[in-house]
Design a protein around this ligand. Structure first.
Ligand code: 5GP
Ligand code: ZN
Length: 119
């Protein structure tokens, strides 16, 4: 599996930086955002170091499909309300203009009662 020794999310996957786990399997890790904008705010990441959504190709289709399928399940598990009154937001900031700060592919899942701090 590809890892980057200088990457903060690779360190979280390796356990050398602690995190509050939401979900884990052999290729995916999910954990609470350290600086939440919403009552529910966690990140879903591939364990492999993929830089951004601009770096995915056809070999990642199954992985991305699994992340998309997990997002609504984990949102409910973590306390987001059910559709349509509840729901959640799924965001992947990509590149500088996309607002990406950590360059390891991640999907923000945000939900819970309004108002939120941002968004
Ligand atoms: P980006 O702007 O790259 O989409 O978002 C990166 C997210 O990672 C931010 O929401 C930030 O709060 C979160 N984050 C950065 N460093 C850490 C960390 O060490 N632990 C956790 N749990 N979240 C982090
Ligand atoms: Zn990484």
């Amino acid at each position: 599996m590809t890892t980057d020794v200088n990457c903060i999310f690779c360190k979280i996957v390796a356990g050398s930086i602690p995190s509050r786990k939401v979900y884990e399997d052999n290729e995916i890790y999910a954990f609470h955002d350290i600086n939440p904008w919403a009552p529910v705010h966690f990140l879903i990441i591939p364990k492999a170091h993929i830089v951004s959504l601009a770096h995915v190709d056809s070999q990642h289709q199954a992985l991305l499909g699994r992340i998309m399928t997990l997002a609504p399940q984990l949102a409910l598990q973590e306390g987001a309300g059910a559709y349509p009154e509840g729901g959640f937001r799924l965001v992947s900031n990509t590149g500088k203009e996309g607002g990406q700060e950590v360059h390891h592919l991640h999907f923000h899942v945000m939900g819970g009662p309004r108002p939120w701090l941002r968004g």
